[in-house]
Design a protein around this ligand. Structure first.
Ligand code: ATP
Length: 692
């Protein structure tokens, strides 16, 4: 029996013949398929006259060998089930397309998959070993149900050829799950009648009224109710797109939520953001209604609530971003928005939701709402709570006062107001720098945590001695502790110099000690304790030179473990400065000083870096310039403070124990200014005192 097509030429009609075969009319051809119906089809075709309209000719992919044109009817295999399904039409189109590509690719390997039935393994002749002497069909071949992938294995031990291939390597396939037919979710069509929704009863209107949601808002948002078994009535939030019912979410008295299955995931209130340039996103339907009470209709709610935390993974591609499908399916609505206000809950899942939305929507057009404080400790949780406790005006103001969503690396000054206030009120300490302990330097140089001071001077000018004296002063004045990376100093000699300055007595009573009483054993014991509590030594225990990274890592540990406030690196040239061949010394120094400065700033630690001047050809005894530092002008350019230590070596021009502290650069005017101070060096105790 054949029923001719009646409508469009692209329409194909299938009619179940009395013999159980299908007749298909395509354009001017009459085709016959000799496959048999699946059980689903058998049910569908209960009546031999029942017809099935398909959208295109591609919707059926019969077994290639089973397709004949004007062929005579074969009834012999009419009851053998074939893996043909006509209900998943779009999907089949894709499958046959994949199958074609896969077939071409597999042909190149010498395998013709035309003989295969997707989803069912078969044995064929292996193109590699040809089945050996007995020509056995040793290659097991499996084509996935979606026709996108092939898997094969030759079971002959001597061959063992195996492999796999994909038609679309990037596409998600059912490959690897041979027996699993990919599920295509059908989206249900809904109506108020089919869901048995009813207008809200007076009890539920009362429930909403208690939450400050008016009847007018409920009507406009088509909030309904449903009888759920017995006499239980639940709220039905209707999800609509262009006015049509797309999904429905229910809420019972116990605040339990559930949603209609197999429906499209969209935002609640989607039609309200059509063409909106400002869009408000909230975390629940009640909040969407509350926002409307505050005067904003351009608001939607996410359908599924908030995640427990922000995912640490990179964003998945849209088609695999399952939890946020609603966002992608409503993308065209949000694309038009220039400002998206994230008004999610104030709790941590709510904040995680805001972050997940901002990641996907683009932080640059996102704003976030800060819910008002409930008490000293807590904030109101969401829009509905604010509406109930503070009213629609405050809710409106809260939304209007949304702040820019933070973007890592991009700040406002307001992000720093606390820090600026603390700086102004000097509550952190040392904002204007810590005095060196020498009055003559008070106007010129003060030590600010987080800054870098380069100390230079010709050899033997007393750079190390002066820094040691400075550290002793800072420790005495403010209890600061320090890490010392002084490669040139033997530990015992460094200890001697520091103890002499601290105890103000010579370590020995010979030669330089003149006849001054030396440090006593008791002094030594107390001094050792002080040394131990005040200084931490960074030293390379083998003969290798330490590099700057290594030094800074240890200094960081000293900050964390011992709370050091200063680091001395003395001198620069004793570090390992190996650099890549393509890097110039200038580039290297710049990079190294950047690292040092970053360490100083991050850890609020002052760094003194000793760097020698290059060999001065015609040095006449005057203090060198900071630009004379060997290696690079970057020492001068990059430091916060630049100091040259100089001493008179000619008795005719002045006292030999006089030390000139030349402050050559001070970036921070709060901490000092350029100028020279003169100190007197005490050779016996190593102390420096103000001149005069
Ligand atoms: N004003 C001064 N008068 C006399 N001797 C001094 C004076 N300043 C420092 N010295 C002595 O000079 C020697 C070298 O001092 P120091 O090690 O501090 O110099 P430096 O500039 O760090 O040397 P280098 O460049 O070799 O590292 C020490 O023995 C110190 O006692």
């Amino acid at each position: 029996m054949l029923i001719p097509p009646q409508s469009s030429p692209t329409c194909v009609r299938i009619v179940l013949s009395s013999s159980g075969n299908y007749w298909v009319r395509m354009a001017s051809h009459l085709l016959k398929f000799n496959f048999a119906p699946s059980s689903w089809q058998q049910q569908f075709f209960q009546s031999p006259r029942r017809r099935l309209n398909l959208l295109s000719t591609h919707h059926i992919r019969p077994h290639p060998s089973s397709l004949t044109v004007y062929a005579s009817l074969s009834t012999s295999n009419a009851r053998i089930p074939r893996p043909v399904s006509v209900e998943r039409s779009d999907y089949r189109t894709l499958e046959s397309h994949c199958f074609g590509i896969l077939r071409t690719r597999m042909n190149e390997l010498g395998i013709d998959i035309g003989v295969c039935t997707p989803g069912q393994p078969i044995r064929i002749l292996c193109p590699m070993c040809k089945g050996g002497e007995s020509s056995e069909k040793s290659l097991s071949l499996f084509i996935s149900q979606d026709g996108d992938s092939a898997l094969w294995n030759c079971f002959r031990a001597k061959c063992g050829w195996k492999g796999n291939m994909r038609a679309h390597p990037d596409r998600k396939s059912s490959y690897g799950k041979p027996n699993q037919v990919e599920k295509v979710k059908k989206i249900r069509e809904l109506s108020e009648e089919s869901l048995e929704l009813e207008p809200l009863c007076s009890e539920l209107l009362g429930f909403f009224a208690e939450r400050m949601i008016s009847g007018e808002t409920l009507r406009r948002n088509a909030v309904m109710q449903k009888q759920c078994g017995g006499d239980q009535i639940v709220i039905a939030f209707t999800y609509r797109k262009n006015g049509a019912l797309v999904s429905c979410k229910y809420r019972d008295v116990n605040k339990k939520f559930w949603q209609e299955k197999d429906t499209e995931k969209i935002f609640y209130g989607l039609d309200d953001i059509k063409e909106a340039s400002d869009v408000i996103i909230v975390e629940g339907e009640m909040d969407k209604l509350a926002i409307e009470e505050a005067g904003f209709r351009n608001c939607v709610s996410v359908p599924d609530g908030a995640p427990p935390s922000v995912s640490a993974k990179d964003l998945p591609p849209e088609d695999r971003d399952i939890k946020y499908q609603y966002l992608w399916s409503c993308k065209e609505y949000l694309d038009k928005a220039s400002r998206i206000i994230l008004a999610t809950d104030s709790d941590s899942p709510g904040q995680a939701l805001a972050e997940e939305l901002a990641r996907r929507l683009g932080r640059e057009r996102c704003w976030r709402v800060r819910w008002p404080k409930k008490n000293e400790m807590d904030h109101f949780k969401d829009a509905n709570e604010v509406l109930m406790y503070l009213g629609p005006t405050v809710l409106r103001e809260t939304i209007e006062n949304a702040e820019l969503y933070p973007i890592r690396g991009l700040f406002n000054f307001s992000n720093y107001f606390d820090e600026i206030d603390a700086y102004y009120h000097r509550t952190v300490g040392y904002e204007i720098g810590l005095s060196t302990g020498w009055n003559s330097l008070n106007e010129l140089y003060n030590v600010v945590p987080g800054e870098l001071t380069i100390v230079s001077g010709v050899p033997n000018s007393g750079k190390s001695e002066w820094i040691d004296a400075l550290l002793c002063n800072l420790n005495k004045k403010a209890g600061w502790k320090f890490a010392l990376c002084s490669m040139e100093n033997k530990v015992r000699e460094h200890a001697r110099k520091l103890l002499e300055k601290r105890i103000k007595k010579p370590f020995f009573d010979t030669r330089y000690g003149e006849s001054v009483e030396r440090i006593s054993v008791e002094d030594l014991e107390e001094g050792k304790r002080w040394l131990n509590d005040t200084f931490y030594l960074i030293r390379c225990e083998n003969d290798n030179l330490p590099n700057i990274k290594w030094v800074l890592e240890l200094a960081k540990a000293a900050v964390m473990r011992h709370g050091i406030r200063g680091l001395v690196i003395d001198p620069y040239n004793e570090l390992d400065h190996q650099r890549p061949a393509i890097q110039t010394e200038t580039e290297y120094v710049s990079q190294m000083l950047t690292m040092v400065k970053r360490f100083a700033q991050h850890h609020s630690c002052h760094v003194w870096f000793v760097a020698h001047p290059k060999q001065l050809q015609s040095w006449v005894g005057s203090p060198p310039n900071l630009y004379d530092i060997s290696g690079s002008a970057h020492f001068m350019n990059k430091c916060d403070n630049g100091i040259v230590i100089h001493r008179n070596r000619d008795a005719k021009t002045g006292p030999l124990d006089q030390v000139q502290v030349c402050v050559r650069k001070v970036r921070n005017k709060v901490a000092g200014t350029i100028g020279d101070a003169f100190l007197t060096y005490n050779r016996v105790t190593g102390e420096y005192t103000d001149d005069g």
